[in-house]
Design a protein around this ligand. Sequence first.
Ligand SMILES: [Zn+2]
Length: 356
Amino acid sequence: MDTNISMLSTLFLALLFSLHSTDAAPEWGYKGDSVVAEDWATVHANCGGESQSPINIDTYYAKEMEFDAWKFTNYDVLVDNETSIMNNGHTIQVNPGTYTAGSTTISGGGLPSVYSFLQLHFHWAETNDAGSEHTRNGNAYPVEMHLVHWDSGNYAIPPLAVTSAKGLAVLGVWFEVGEENPAFDSMLDAISETNVMYKTPNLGSYVFPESALFSLGDLLPADTTKFYRYDGSLTTPNCYESVVWTVFSDPIQMSEEQIEKFRATFQNEPEPNPIPENYTAPEELPIGLNYRPVQDLGDRTVYKGFATLSAPESTVPSTTAGATSRHFDTYTVFLLSIVHYIFWLSEDMYKFPYSP
Ligand SMILES: [Zn+2]
């Protein structure tokens, strides 16, 4: 069953990719000719909503709240050996080999369900005074990492969670300039590969060699008990307001030299090899910056959380497995047929449009 759900999820993600590629809306982006962040709402109505992300976290007004302890499952083991890294033209993103529900999960920490790891990616800018999406008391960090998880306790496949309230749980980690951080070496080494430094051509993701696998737990701050919590959105179109946000209070360190590797990436694809006759090289377009400016908090509350209460007996409702199976069985036949069809039509399946 896990394998089937995994396959279905992967195919359904392909459906999302392909739906996006047939979308006639102008390409969104952060600068230049694209529809820039200030104008996203003119093309994607959700981006003008009242619970958008990121936000500035004003620590004076954040409400202190004690939550149950985090439960990180399989965060201490190596990611699966098909884990890959890609450049989607907007960010550098790491994808697990499979989207199997329940394999690598987070729960507790005040989250309302069990969330399974979906992907991780980064936001940055050209200089150190900007780059993070969330800011604290008006101050930005040079890089922010997002570990995206979907509510596998309530939804059979990720796309159903992406559009649902609290369907996603994202862990945000700020980076400050400091010591070299070896936990990111394998990712940063991969960025030097042409197909990651430049926008990854279709089917061209870079699969980590066995020796370069890492564990997600090593990417988090040493102290995960202190964090900020609020309800918000994806920070890229379509800006669905489906994210339970956690931004850890402690930043982690990364050297200037390491951060520079993010800045040496491009929106355009690499030259094909071999170069066809009459080939005109595209303009070199650095990604440069890829953070959305902070959005109005509105009437939302930001909590200053402490995940220190003892965890409940079971954070997974006993009906979860059954509910998941029922969802899965209901959708299977229908989805497999249409997904197969659209998968065939897709020419641009690596444009995953839904990234917090
Ligand atoms: Zn993000």
